[in-house]
Design a binder for this molecule. Structure first.
Ligand SMILES: Cc1ncc(COP(=O)(O)O)c(C=O)c1O
Length: 380
C-alpha cells in the first residue's frame, strides 16, 4: 500500500527534536519557527512533557469514557484557572475540526436554530460543519455543501448587523486571530459587536482559539484582548504539544445531557497527561509573558525591513506580509539557513509560529537570515 498523496512535502525526514530544533536523518539541524502548524507550544520533547506522558503510559494509556477518568478533571480545573474560564465546563476530543464540529452542534442544540455566521478567510477544519464554515471552496465536497453558513467580510460590522437582521442566527464562529488566512486580527470593536449581537439575538458566540490560543498571543486566548467572553471556545494544536487532543470550553448556560456529545478516544489518559504537562509548563516558565515580550522583540527587529509590506502580530503569532510572493523566500530560509517557517492563504504572507519558549538568540538567527535574504531579494 502507498500513502494517499494529499500533502505537498518538503524532502525532510526528521528523526530527533529538542526545544526549537529538529534533526534530520543526515543529522542536519533545523530551527523550527512553525511548530508543525502552531502545535509545538512548549518546545519539542520538553522534559516535563516526556516525563508526564511516559509515566502515564507506564500506568494506564487508555480506557473509554465509560469510566471515571479523573485526570480529565485535573485538566479541566487547571485549564479553567489559567484561562480565566473557571466556571465553564470542558468536553475533550481529538482535533481542532472535531472541537469546532461539537461547538457548532452544541450551539444548534441549544438555540434550536440552523444558521451560522462565519467570515472571509476563515479556516475551521475539514469535517462537515467545520469545513462548511471555512472560506475555501476547493476543500468543500458536495456532501459538505449547506446553506447553514453565511459568510460575511471579516471585521465588517455593517455586514454583521445585516446578517443578524436577515436570518435567525444560531451562532457566530470566529478565530481569535485568523491563522491560515494570514494572521488577520479581529478589531476589538468587532468582537464586542459580535458579543452584543449574540446577546440581543440569543445566538452563541463561538471563538475558535485552536491556533491563537494556549498563550501564543501573550494572553491565554487572543479574544481576551477585546475584553469579551465567548460562550464556547475551541482549542487543540498547542494544547497537547503534538499529542492529538482538542477541547470545547462550554459556558454554564449550556445544559449537558448524557449522550449529547461523545467520542471514543477524546480525553484519554495520555492526551490528558500531555495537556497537563503543557499547562504546567506555560505556568512554570511564564510562557504567556515570554510570548508577549519575544513578540515585541521580533517585531522591533523586523519592522524597518524594506521587503516587508506589513507585520501583523500578537505575541508569537506572526504574519509577515512581504512585497513579493513568500514561497521563494521561505524556500531559501529552508535550504540556505535551515529555518522552517509557514505560509498562509495569502501568497505574500510568511507565518511564524514558534514554541513559546524559543530564545532571543534563536529568533536572532531568523532575523539575521531575513536581513541577508532581503538584501539579496533580486536573486529570489
Ligand atoms: C483556527 C483553526 N481551526 C481549526 C483547525 C483544524 O484543526 P485540526 O487540523 O486539528 O482539525 C485549524 C488547523 O489549522 C485552525 O488553524
Amino acid at each position: 500500500m502507498k500513502l494517499f498523496d494529499v500533502y505537498p512535502l518538503f524532502d525532510l525526514n526528521f528523526t530527533k527534536a529538542k526545544g526549537s530544533y529538529l534533526w534530520n536523518d543526515k543529522n542536519e539541524k533545523y530551527l523550527d519557527l512553525y511548530g508543525g502548524h502552531a502545535v509545538i507550544s512548549i518546545g519539542h520533547s520538553h522534559p516535563t512533557y516526556v516525563q508526564k506522558v511516559t509515566e502515564q503510559l507506564q500506568n494506564i494509556g487508555f480506557y473509554s469514557n465509560s469510566v471515571k477518568i479523573s485526570i480529565q478533571e485535573e485538566v479541566a480545573q487547571k485549564l479553567g484557572k489559567i484561562s480565566g474560564y473557571d466556571e465553564y465546563s470542558l468536553f475533550m476530543c481529538n482535533s481542532g475540526a472535531e472541537a469546532n464540529e461539537n461547538a457548532l452542534k452544541l450551539a444548534s442544540f441549544h438555540t434550536k436554530k440552523k444558521k451560522n455566521i462565519c467570515f472571509t478567510n476563515a479556516f475551521h477544519g475539514r469535517t462537515s460543519a467545520a469545513v462548511a464554515a471555512t472560506d475555501n471552496k476547493s476543500i468543500i465536497a458536495p456532501v459538505n455543501q449547506t446553506e447553514n453558513f453565511i459568510f460575511i467580510p471579516f471585521n465588517n460590522t455593517t455586514a454583521l448587523e445585516e446578517a443578524f437582521s436577515n436570518h435567525e442566527i444560531s451562532s457566530v464562529i470566529i478565530e481569535g486571530i485568523q491563522g491560515v488566512g494570514g494572521v488577520q486580527i479581529p478589531d476589538v470593536a468587532f468582537l464586542q459587536k459580535i458579543r452584543s449581537l449574540c446577546d440581543e439575538n440569543e445566538a452563541v458566540f463561538i471563538c475558535d482559539e485552536i491556533q491563537s490560543g494556549y498563550g501564543r498571543t501573550g494572553k491565554f486566548f487572543a479574544h481576551q484582548y477585546a475584553n469579551v467572553k465567548a460562550d464556547i471556545i475551541t482549542v487543540a494544536k498547542g494544547m497537547g504539544n503534538g499529542f492529538p487532543v482538542g477541547g470545547v470550553l462550554i459556558a454554564p448556560k449550556f445544559q449537558a445531557k448524557h449522550g449529547l456529545l461523545g467520542t471514543t478516544f477524546g480525553g484519554n489518559y495520555l492526551a490528558c497527561a500531555a495537556s497537563l504537562a503543557v499547562l504546567e509548563t506555560i505556568e512554570n516558565e511564564k510562557l504567556m509573558q515570554k510570548s508577549s515580550e519575544l513578540g515585541s522583540y521580533l517585531f522591533d527587529q523586523l519592522k524597518e525591513n524594506h521587503l516587508i509590506k506589513e507585520i501583523r502580530y500578537q505575541g508569537l503569532m506572526f504574519g509577515i506580509e512581504l512585497k513579493t510572493p513568500c514561497t521563494p523566500f521561505r524556500n531559501k530560509l529552508l535550504s540556505e539557513f535551515k529555518i522552517l517557517t509557514g505560509n498562509a492563504s495569502c501568497p505574500n504572507t510568511l507565518r511564524i509560529l514558534p514554541a513559546l519558549n524559543i530564545t532571543k538568540t534563536e529568533l536572532d538567527l531568523f532575523v539575521d537570515a531575513f536581513k541577508i535574504l532581503s538584501k539579496s531579494n533580486d536573486n529570489l
